[in-house]
Write a protein that binds this ligand. Structure first.
Ligand SMILES: [Zn+2]
Length: 365
């Protein structure tokens, strides 16, 4: 389904393997940093090859990481990594973490997918606003005004600020009294920006183990956009279909955010009968999210395609915690394009009025 082999993702993953088998903290850190640098490159490694066979310099990538790059470019695999992993006591651990890197795209691959105009499905020009981001009211690092300016710079017409709910103290969840302050601030910003931009009031509510949320219905009614997202029991293997079905069935829920809760190379997230969850979400008109944070990429293009077949709506969001991270929406967009999702099925591509109507419907089911 992918347009080309994602060499950067492959090398990034191999360097993470190499990091995992290091005994010194310093070399562990060095390989991890090199992996991150390569995953974040905006060009494929192939294009950094110079005519004499050497590579153009990549910041944070040292000589021993470069050797792995050369091996992969020449042979498609890395003998250095194979040997290091094979000779270590951590081969089993490495094999398990490899499974946790499936369907993650490198930044270069994201750029390549978005550049390829002929592919059917959504394009950047269709995208009107981002519906998951965090401000200084919870664990984000930016003010609401900075968010408006950052979104305008990306050409958006609207966004939703979705700070964590008070039930998630680890992410500095916003108290109801601070949420009230935030809403007053949003009202003032919307008056100031008028038709140029509209900020929606959102919340990222936490899905508890039984599938209910950590906020009451009355509290949820104070916002325009309710994201329901799992942040616990993301490493357990037992089936959690019932939990996810319960969450999408709650009145007021608009978007099932980062549905699996997976993390690159470290955490599998929830196992569930996703087709059943998607079917329920489609019936109820709840959108499923493609979270574009590079370490999440959740749903990925493969699951997103199954959700598309089930008839789901989608939200493509950055999950940004800074202005710089607003570009993570591109990663979500790339997965959507790989899954072939048309703009009509993506709520971020709708005009604000249509979006608002749909948001309100969540209370009428
Ligand atoms: Zn979250």
């Amino acid at each position: 389904m992918r347009s080309a082999l994602d060499t950067n993702a492959k090398v990034g993953a191999l360097l993470r393997d190499l990091a995992a088998v290091q005994t010194s903290q310093q070399s562990k850190w060095g390989y991890k940093r090199a992996a991150a640098a390569i995953l974040d490159l905006d060009e494929p490694l192939e294009s950094l090859l110079q005519s004499d066979g050497s590579l153009r310099k990549i910041p944070h990538v040292g000589p021993s990481s470069l050797r792995v790059v050369h091996e992969v470019l020449q042979t498609g695999r890395s003998e250095t990594v194979d040997r290091a992993v094979g000779g270590s006591t951590k081969a089993g651990e490495v094999a398990r973490s490899r499974e946790l890197r499936d369907n993650f795209l490198s930044s270069a691959q994201v750029a390549e997918v978005l550049r390829f105009e002929k592919r059917r499905g959504v394009q950047l020009k269709h995208y009107r606003g981002d519906l998951q981001m965090h401000s200084e009211y919870s664990d984000g690092r930016v003010s609401l005004e900075q968010i408006v300016e950052g979104c305008l710079a990306r050409g958006y017409a609207y966004c939703a600020v979705t700070d964590h709910s008070y039930g998630l103290p680890i992410a500095h969840g916003v108290s109801m009294s601070n949420l009230e302050k935030q809403h007053a601030e949003i009202d003032a910003l919307n008056r100031r920006y008028q038709a140029r931009f509209h900020m929606l009031k959102g919340i990222e509510a936490n899905i508890l183990a039984d599938g209910t949320l950590d906020m009451t219905a009355a509290e949820l009614r104070t916002v325009d956009v309710v994201l329901a997202a799992p942040h616990s029991k993301l490493r357990v293997v037992h089936d959690q279909t019932a939990r996810m079905l319960a969450a999408v069935s709650l009145p007021g829920v608009n978007i099932l955010a980062h549905p699996r809760g997976r993390k690159f190379g470290t955490r599998p997230g929830i196992s569930a009968d996703w087709d059943q969850v998607f079917e329920r979400a489609a019936t109820l008109g709840v959108a499923v999210e493609i979270d574009g944070d590079p370490s999440r990429q959740d749903l990925d293009f493969e699951l997103a395609q199954r959700a598309l077949q089930a008839g789901c709506l989608f939200a493509l969001d950055s999950d940004a915690h800074s202005i710089e991270e607003l570009r993570y929406a591109d990663t979500a967009m790339a997965h959507a394009r790989l899954a072939g999702i048309p703009p009509a099925r993506i709520v971020n591509c709708w005009a604000l009025n249509k979006l608002r109507d749909w948001l309100g419907e969540a209370w009428r089911r």
